[in-house]
Design a protein around this ligand. Sequence first.
Ligand SMILES: [Zn+2]
Length: 279
Amino acid sequence: MKQIHQRLRMDTERLNRADDERARRFSARGAAAGLWRGLARLGGAALDLALPPQCLACASPVASNGGLCLACWGGMRLIERPYCERLGTPFPADFGPGLVSPRALASPPAWGRARAAARFEGPARELVHRLKYADGLHLAGPMGALMARAGHELLGPDALLVPVPLHRGRMWRRRFNQSALLARQVAKISGAALELQAIERIKATRPQVGLTAAQRAANLQGAFRLSARGRALVPGRRIVLVDDVMTTGATLDRLARLLRRAGAAEVDALTFALVVNDA
Ligand SMILES: [Zn+2]
């Protein structure tokens, strides 16, 4: 009996030692992997330093990192006053302060004021595509800075920035929400508060491009809802919706409606780019 016990104990100790050894080997491998990742990062940083600085939009060589080349700056059509106070669409001439476009009068948006940094064309369009589909995380800084400038009237410490959410499936494929990246930068620069969880996208919608107004409305039907956090935060707050591009404004309009119904004091919209139809 005693012998059996002793043998059992020895077996157990041997097994424990084997486990320890395995654990040691495993953690050594883990440490090696960590070291490798660290070196890869260092290598990446060294590579970044070795590469000549590139224009963020067209990748042609420039004097310093994080900017645009002269051609791209020249091609960027920043939106300045005079513009429609409701839609942010530029006017061809100055008709006096506080003017609202015929389009905004004919079908007023659910938001109060929309502002955008640039027309969605040329280098601005390139930046939007790079941010969304390429590894353009470093673009969010300069793009957010232009947005903070364009939307300074909407910002300030009492504003709550709410980015347009992505559907979970799309978020999973793309790994990040470009609107949230931009909103984070605008918050950092302006001191406005940021809330990423206020609205949930509960339906994966089709792209709105090429849809009629009725199709867009049907597409967005039931796509968004306020989270429990959103229902608690929104009442009485001044909200600024943030997105990368405003095309027809249907999505922002739907969200503004949702936020107003939930008791938001004001809802404005800020995007990097705006599709301007000059016709
Ligand atoms: Zn360029």
